[in-house]
Design a protein around this ligand. Structure first.
Ligand SMILES: C[S@@+](CC[C@H](N)C(=O)[O-])C[C@H]1O[C@@H](n2cnc3c(N)ncnc32)[C@H](O)[C@@H]1O
Length: 361
């Protein structure tokens, strides 16, 4: 066997075996095993667990419990959900015809599925008997939405927990005065920045869909962020930014990836409207490893970046993750359409990369 071949086979095997690992984890979480274990006052033996759930346990299971705030369990629940699996089934067709697998499977995009329960009716001819019987019901869509936010918060937390320099320390946030996080989810990143020592003067603005913003309000309270430090805006960035004072910094973290290039241009044009002269537009995203780089495909947290990119492609309008050089090329193209220029790139230890763009006249 040629030198190095085994390592590559191991990597490939670990990637495709993810389909089984993911489904198994999903079963454990959906059966409520983590909560059952963590909430028992007296020890529960394997026999009892087996009787009640048909599963066996592991002492690390607490990391999957979902009753104590965002956890790995929410991520498992999301990636292993029937909605995502249905989209994966439609993935080959979507690749062939160049559209979005989630929309093929569900007849609407991910965010409509999440945010228009009760308004936009779900009727999918392809729904299989084998899929969760409640997929598409309003109740299920609300649960899916809540779980999605928690999953994003947990992913965000994992990004924030990268080895030094972390997102909180790698960038000189102290020079910012008013930071807007677009598609900021529950506000994880914003709250971390506001807590950085020396950043007590910073005011934050968070823009996201209305129900996400409602949950962000609760999250920020739990994080002891004073009400007067964050303005919460409900809306769709594609419709523009409603009633907002000028900001000097805008962050888009794990956000541009969900748009086509035309969509990204629209986002950036709308951002320019509220951004101060020479304001900063900071793109935060994990980069895929460059071609033939097998060493950096699996992050410290075990996430396989290349395959995470496949997920993004499945769920959104051909959005996808990029290598750093692909990001730089993309930024070049975007800056030729909207007046921004790349100013600096910051690397965290083993987490996302920050691309700092400046608004040009
Ligand atoms: C992939 S998540 C990233 C969340 C967060 N920035 C992070 O890094 O964890 C995308 C976020 O963007 C929000 N979002 C998606 N499309 C949006 C739009 N058109 N306008 C405003 N928010 C949007 C979603 O609700 C979600 O909170």
């Amino acid at each position: 066997m040629a030198e190095g071949t085994f390592a590559e086979e191991k990597l490939v095997s670990s990637m495709f075996s993810g389909i089984w690992k993911s489904r198994c984890l999903s079963v454990v979480v959906s059966l409520g095993v983590p909560e059952l274990l963590c909430n028992s006052i007296t020890p529960v033996n394997v026999q009892e667990i087996a009787e009640r759930t048909g599963c066996h346990t592991d002492e690390k299971i607490y990391k999957l419990r979902r009753d104590k705030g965002p956890s790995l369990g929410h991520i498992v629940e999301y990636y292993g959900s029937d909605e995502v699996w249905a989209a994966m089934l439609a993935f080959p067709e979507a690749v062939k015809y160049g559209d979005t697998a989630f929309e093929r499977a569900h007849g609407m995009n991910l965010y409509d599925y999440i945010h228009t329960a009760g308004k936009l009716e779900y009727s999918v001819p392809t729904k299989s008997e084998n899929m969760a019987s409640d997929m598409g019901t309003n109740q299920r869509r609300l649960e899916f939405a809540q779980n999605y936010d928690c999953a994003m918060s947990m992913l965000s937390q994992m990004d924030l927990d990268s080895t030094q320099p972390s997102l909180a320390t790698v960038y000189p946030w102290v020079k910012c005065k008013r930071i807007m996080d677009i598609g900021g989810g529950e506000g994880q990143l914003l709250s971390q920045i506001l807590k950085v020592s020396g950043c007590e003067h910073i005011k934050g603005v968070l823009l996201d869909f209305p129900d996400v913003v409602e949950r962000a309000k609760l999250f920020l309270t739990r994080e002891n962020i004073a009400d007067n430090r964050v303005t919460l805006l409900k809306g769709d960035i594609l419709d523009g930014i409603p009633n907002c004072k000028e900001v000097d910094t805008i962050i888009v973290k794990n956000f541009l990836v969900i748009f086509t290039e035309d969509g990204m241009v629209k986002v950036m044009e709308n951002c320019r409207q509220v951004l101060a002269r020479r304001g900063r537009f900071i793109i935060v995203n994990s980069c895929n490893p460059e071609a033939r780089d097998t060493e950096h495909n699996v992050t410290k947290t075990g996430l396989q970046q290349g395959f995470r990119g496949i997920h993004v492609m499945t769920m959104s309008k051909m959005g996808h993750f990029r290598t750093k050089s692909e990001w730089l090329n993309l930024i070049d193209r975007l800056c030729s359409r909207v007046a921004f220029q790349l100013n600096a790139v910051y690397e965290t230890g083993d987490g996302p990369t920050l691309f700092e763009l400046l608004k040009c006249e």
